[in-house]
Design a protein around this ligand. Structure first.
Ligand SMILES: NC(=O)c1ccc[n+]([C@@H]2O[C@H](COP(=O)([O-])OP(=O)(O)OC[C@H]3O[C@@H](n4cnc5c(N)ncnc54)[C@H](O)[C@@H]3O)[C@@H](O)[C@H]2O)c1
Length: 335
């Protein structure tokens, strides 16, 4: 691995991956259309080349993969709940964009193709924690596109020899995650609500269980797995095994923010999976993976950063494709 491309490199996880790869003295190029709204690209190291472009554009992808040996494909519209009422936009970005990127990577002779899949691809499962051997039974369009693109990677590995490295992340949070996005990222949403002096809102009873994973616990592993033979075309869960309910998370954020706001409970979202956390035994066995940062510690760091950023206005998307399925919370801009 020498010349690397990070798609979605201006985003939350992508910008940390870019920093890590630049630190390792690799030649790093970024392709991002900046719809993520982050200004992270401004903070890149000098040797990082930035291309403003779209993964759905064949021309942009062709330009971006020139001379590249390893692609880290992170570009996505990563709002799982929102994907239910914008399925076409979701498929366009997350599936078509990924396919265009992959085909241009193959055309350019790229050797390695890392892809950030998600725990979402498992959908609802009986058995917890979820191991990689569980069947993928996605419950929403975002999850369908993650699963389907994994299938594409598998097929094109067979057909072309390109080496896919698939990581299935859990709920990642940390510095640089957007706080103004009302559709995703329960940690930054709760923090932003507290900064704004507004009550954090929970969909349902708050007993949904998640493994909130601090950013540094996913960045190093994805950079480290390239070249590991046993991980080629062999998806692996990456994240913490420390599990909390959303209610516990809200209470921790409120306490750490020194706030006395009370949680507001509203109707549950139809596609919300009740319990979702993963077994990381495979990652442990194959490359000694261990999540190191507790939710307590990770929240402290994230809150310190968020306080510096200050409260943000939530930015709602101006369109929905299926008004009937759009939660009122969003149409009435209530988050
Ligand atoms: N954050 C999490 O909890 C989590 C969990 C599982 C998987 N993932 C996956 O990790 C990846 C990164 O997630 P993130 O949280 O950093 O999201 P993010 O929204 O912060 O970053 C995504 C980036 O992709 C860019 N982008 C979107 N559409 C694009 C397009 N068509 N062409 C080029 N660039 C485009 C955006 O501008 C943004 O900078 C995504 O693939 C996401 O599905 C994230």
């Amino acid at each position: 691995m020498k010349n690397v491309l990070v798609t979605g490199g201006a985003g939350f996880v992508g910008s940390h991956v870019v920093d890590e790869l630049a630190k390792r003295k690799l030649n790093v190029r970024v392709l991002d259309n900046l719809v993520g709204g982050n200004q992270n690209a401004r903070g890149f190291a000098k040797q990082v080349e930035f291309i403003k472009g779209d993964c759905c554009s064949r021309q942009d992808c062709k330009k971006a993969v020139k001379g590249i040996d390893t692609v880290f494909h992170l570009a996505a519209h990563a709002a799982e709940g929102q994907s239910v009422f914008i399925p076409e936009f979701n498929a366009q970005t997350n599936l078509i964009g990924s396919i265009v990127m992959l085909s241009e990577a193959i055309n350019a002779g790229v050797e390695n193709f890392a892809f950030t899949s998600s725990i979402a691809a498992y959908g609802s499962q009986e058995k917890m924690p979820i191991a990689e051997t569980a069947p993928l039974t996605p419950d929403d369009p975002y999850a369908i596109t993650k699963k389907t693109f994994e299938d594409y990677l598998h097929v094109y590995h067979e057909l072309s020899g390109i080496k896919p490295y698939i990581v299935r992340f859990f709920n990642v949070y940390g510095e640089r995650q957007r706080m103004d996005d009302p559709y995703r990222g329960v940690v930054p949403i709760f923090i932003n609500k507290c900064l704004k002096g507004e009550r954090p809102i929970i969909f349902g009873d708050g007993l949904q269980k998640r493994a909130f994973t601090y950013i540094s616990d996913v960045v190093e592993p994805i950079c480290n797995i390239i070249g590991k033979k046993e991980l080629v075309d062999n998806p692996v869960n990456i994240g913490t095994e420390e599990v909390h309910t959303v209610k516990e998370l809200a209470e921790m954020v409120i306490e750490k923010m020194g706030s006395d706001l009370e949680i507001e409970y509203i109707d549950k979202r139809t596609s919300d999976v009740k319990i979702a956390y993963c077994d990381t035994g495979k990652a442990k066995k194959l490359f000694g993976y261990e999540a190191r940062v507790s939710l307590e510690k990770g929240l402290d760091k994230t809150i310190e950063w968020a306080k510096k950023m200050g409260a943000q206005e939530f930015r709602y998307m101006p369109f929905t494709e299926i008004p009937k399925l759009t939660q009122k919370t969003y149409t009435s801009k209530k988050i």
